[in-house]
Design a protein around this ligand. Structure first.
Ligand SMILES: Cc1ncc(COP(=O)(O)O)c(C=O)c1O
Length: 357
């Protein structure tokens, strides 16, 4: 798609020179002075090629620029892919217990969402997935690691799946940085139907900026680019992603921090008789103690009354009894554990009282 303007931020953002560019329709005074530091990025369109960020990502993943596409968060990118590649009546396959957001886009595209039941240990059932390949599928969606289980998929099985289908296999690696891998990126050069998606929202801490990217072969991305408008990522988001990639120490510190807090949460939860499902990632899937005579809905209402929040397992199609958490800072995590203790005490009190009357 042809666009106007000089690609202002890409060319001029890191110098004091300004082009005499009357082609762009933007506020000559710019925004409020309170945002001085971000001025250049706010009042101008981003360069449509996002060259600096793409170059940084190419260096990180050793791919060429056309193998990368940016989007408004992994969510935004997934939406764009689904609207581009899923036609009415075609099948969108995904495990039953996983991140549910793409269902909305698949339904909007007129696709038929087929949710594949899990193995008993909540891992993806690749045999059932293969059995669902009937030639009508155009997208297969998997999270690696899965959310909410935090489990990494088996790369050999993903490889077999890629061989067995012509459909696009989208691997959502939003949380891959928290794991010890391996990433599906190693399969990229072998399969032209593989799309790996990454997010800046998680380990890089930019959730509010809405920026993510996909890695796939050129012809997939050129089809995608022809189906969506330009400037789909803001200049500020792109600049912040560049800064985030440059600060690898902050990334390493964040991963270390999250690991420590996960250990703290897991041990504290187990100490209170909650079952913590083993996770390769930062998210923890937790089961209420069997002796708790409380539904997850009631449990969450009690938690909310104490200003604590978790995700109900039902969001991920899990049976009754599960909720999911992701670690925060130690004071917030401690507050959460104290809330659980409070709820347990309250319950013991009610039980004792009801056995007296
Ligand atoms: C597995 C998974 N994919 C995608 C997303 C959304 O990522 P983004 O913020 O980049 O849209 C999330 C966020 O919760 C997630 O857990």
């Amino acid at each position: 798609m042809k666009t106007h303007g000089t690609g202002f931020t890409e060319v001029y953002a890191h110098s004091n020179a300004f082009p005499y560019d009357l082609s762009v329709n933007i506020n000559p005074l710019g925004p409020t002075n309170k945002l001085q530091i971000l001025r250049k990025f706010i009042s101008c369109y981003p360069g449509n090629s996002y060259a600096k960020l793409i170059a940084a990502l190419c260096k990180l993943h050793i791919v060429n620029p056309k193998q990368i596409a940016l989007g408004a968060g992994l969510d935004g990118l997934l939406h764009d892919f689904i609207l581009c590649f899923l036609k009415p009546g075609e099948h969108f396959l995904m495990p039953e217990v996983t991140f549910q957001n793409p269902c909305f886009s698949a339904a909007l595209a007129g696709g038929i969402v087929k949710k594949i039941p899990m193995n008993n240990d909540l891992s993806v059932d690749f045999e059932a997935l293969s059995a669902s390949l009937v030639g009508k599928e155009s997208i297969i969606f998997l999270c690696h690691p899965n959310n909410p289980t935090g489990l990494l998929e088996d790369l050999t099985k993903i490889k077999q799946l890629l061989k067995a289908t012509k459909a696009l296999v989208i691997i959502d690696e939003a949380n891959i940085e928290y794991t010890s891998g391996p990433s599906c990126l190693s399969l990229l050069s072998q399969f032209s139907n593989l799309v790996v998606m990454r997010s800046f929202s998680k380990a890089y801490g930019l959730a509010g900026m809405r920026i993510g990217y996909s890695l796939a072969c050129e012809h997939i991305h050129s089809k995608l680019h022809n189906s969506r408008p330009p400037f789909n990522v803001s200049g500020i988001a792109s600049e912040m992603a560049i800064q985030a990639l440059e600060d690898q120490k902050h990334l390493a510190d964040s991963l270390k921090f999250v690991k420590k807090e996960n250990q703290y949460l897991s041990e504290a939860l187990k100490g209170l008789n909650y079952q913590v499902i083993p996770s390769d990632s930062n998210t923890l899937l937790v089961r209420l103690p069997l002796e708790k005579q409380m539904s997850v809905k009631e449990f969450i209402q009690n938690l909310n009354a104490l200003n604590c929040h978790v995700v109900h397992g039902a969001y991920f199609n899990l049976p009754e009894g599960f909720f999911r958490i992701a670690p925060r800072s130690r004071d917030i995590n401690e507050n959460f554990i104290n809330a659980l203790k409070h709820i347990t005490l309250q319950q013991q009190h009610v039980k004792r009282f009801s056995s007296i009357i």
